[in-house]
Design a protein around this ligand. Sequence first.
Ligand code: AMP
Ligand code: TRP
Length: 334
Amino acid sequence: MKRIFSGMQPTAHLHLGNYLGALRNWVKLQDGGDFECIYCVVDLHAITAGHDPDVLAGSTREIAAAYIAAGVDPSKTVLFAQSAVPAHVQLMWLLSSMTQMGKLSRMTQFKDKAGKNSEKAGLGLFSYPVLMAADILLYHATHVPVGEDQKQHVELTREVAGTFNHRYGAFFPLPEPLILGAATRVMSLRDGTKKMSKSDASDMSRINLTDTADQIAAKIRKAKTDPLPFPETLKDLEDRPEAANLITIYAAVGGLDVEQVLSRYAGGPFSGFKQDLADLLVEHVAPITSRMNALLAAPEEIDRILAAGAEKAQDLAAPVMDETFRRMGFWNKG
Ligand code: AMP
Ligand code: TRP
């Protein structure tokens, strides 16, 4: 059986990049029936960049609600919070003994987040990819649907799995990243060379799944473009990152090719295109937002779903954890 594992951090509200790059694909994969799907709220990862203890639990519920509102079905998938299954951390420790520091120091996400002052970065931020490898390998996942930015981490996971298999005998499948859809890297609305991100200081840079219709319309209206007319060909999009981003978002949300969007609006003003894009986004995002709000009005129901998911996850993880300890020669493990 092919098995999927993926997760998102409960660090802030989810945005359009999370939705188009990952969440929407998770739902398609669940509904396609070819995979057993495990979807996790990776709360242990969320503490690596500093966090507020007063909001962590609420954010964890909010991300779970976003998954469900977008179409993740807790009865067809395993939906749980990472901290509820201690084996993630146990496996991470075992895998850390076969992960090279040099490789971790070359991870783009670490370099971006640590910035210039990497001496002061926490060990958790540095070893973040080892925990991610543990998440995936603990369930013998074969496929990992993520946005483009996480590909490097899935590749590291394959290398760590390969090292384990070489040292202790073939055990972990080498997982493949699944990078799907038209918008695998959604860019900031303020700067088309930066990815849309939860951590950008400007809320105008992103569309949040919790935004109102008015907020969405204002953000698209004010989104950066350039003074040139609406492009006509793919070649015209070169060196116009902001235009390319908005057109890619339109194509992804509207289920069109970029060429179809170009021929629909070619020669016209950006303003008409932006108005239509805002309407399209509102049409897609508003139902998710209202389902999310309804779910968040009954947090005890979300807690019940997460607790039931954690039990299922625990049952899948326990034999893999035992066998990993056994192969590594630990006392009393067989
Ligand atoms: P994170 O917000 O870092 O927890 O990311 C959760 C998921 O969303 C991962 O699969 C990311 O690859 C994906 N993702 C995050 N930002 C973007 C973006 N700007 N464009 C496309 N996918 C993204
Ligand atoms: N690192 C991922 C991100 O920042 C989140 C994540 C943690 C993840 N563990 C995972 C994604 C396992 C896929 C599989 O987006």
